[in-house]
Design a protein around this ligand. Sequence first.
Ligand code: NAP
Length: 258
Amino acid sequence: MSKTALITGASSGIGAEFARYHAQKGGDVVLTARSEDKLKKLAAEIEAEHKVKAHVIVADLGTAKGPSELVRQVTEAGIQIDILINNAGFGGQGRHIDRNIDDELEMIDLNVKALVALSHHFGREMSKRAQGRILNVGSSAGFMPGPLQAVYFATKAFVKSFSEALDHELRPQGVTVTLLAPGYVKTAFADRADLHGTKLTAGGGKTPRSVAKYGYDAMSRGELVAINEKQLDFMVNWIIPLLPRRAVLKMIERMQSK
Ligand SMILES: NC(=O)c1ccc[n+]([C@@H]2O[C@H](COP(=O)([O-])OP(=O)(O)OC[C@H]3O[C@@H](n4cnc5c(N)ncnc54)[C@H](OP(=O)(O)O)[C@@H]3O)[C@@H](O)[C@H]2O)c1
C-alpha cells in the first residue's frame, strides 16, 4: 500500500516540490494551503503524471481554527496520514517595531502554532500505529538570532528545538521527526518577506526541487537534522556558535539590509 503524505504550503515553492517528489515515488498526497486554484492545478498535474490520488484541502493555517479545521477535514475524509510535512511558513524583513504587529503575530501562528498543532494530532495517530514520519521545514535561520527578521529567525529556532525534542520522544514508538534547515531557496518566499535587494538573495539560492529532494530523502532515512549545503552546515554548527554574539548580530543584520 502506498503511503499518504500531508504537505502544508503545497501551493508553491518547496511544498509543491515535496508533493511532486512523493507522488513520483507512488504515494498519495494531501495538498493544503490557501490558494485553491494553485492546489487544484498541482493535484491535476500529479494525478495525470503519477497515477496517485491527490486530495486538496484549502485551509488558512495562520488562523486560530485553521489547523483543527484541516484535521477535521482529513479525518472526515477517512485519510490516514503516514507522512506529515510541515512546510508552510513565511518571513518578513524590517525592524520588529517598524513592522506591522499583525503580520509578526500571524508569522508565529503559522510557523509555530500550526506546526505544533499538526505535529500533536498526527504524531499521536502515528504513535498509535507505531509508524510514521514527520518532516518540519525550519531554516538555517533557526541556528542564530536575526536582526531585521527577528520574529522569523525566532520562529525557526523554535521549530529546530521542538523538532529535535519531539523526535527523541517519538522515536521509541516508531515515529521519526526530521528538521530540514535550508539556506536561501529561490521561491516566492523572498517576495512575501520583502527580501529582494538584500545580500541574502543576491547569492542566487538553491532550487526548491533540490531542497525538497534533499529533505525528503533525509526524512526517509530518519535523520534528525538535514542541512542541504555542506558549507552552511559547517558555518551554523561550528563557526557561528563560537563567534562573539555581537559579531553574529552585525553579520546577520548586514545580510538582511537593503
Ligand atoms: N525560500 C527560502 O529561502 C527558505 C529558506 C529556508 C526555509 N524556508 C522555509 O521553507 C518553507 C516553504 O517556503 P517556500 O520558500 O517554498 O516559500 P513559498 O513559495 O512562499 O511557499 C510558502 C507556502 O506556504 C503557504 N502559506 C503561506 N501562508 C499560509 C497560511 N496562512 N496558511 C496556509 N498556508 C500558507 C503558501 O500558500 P498560500 O499562499 O496558497 O497559502 C505556500 O504554499 C517555509 O516554512 C519557509 O520558512 C524557505
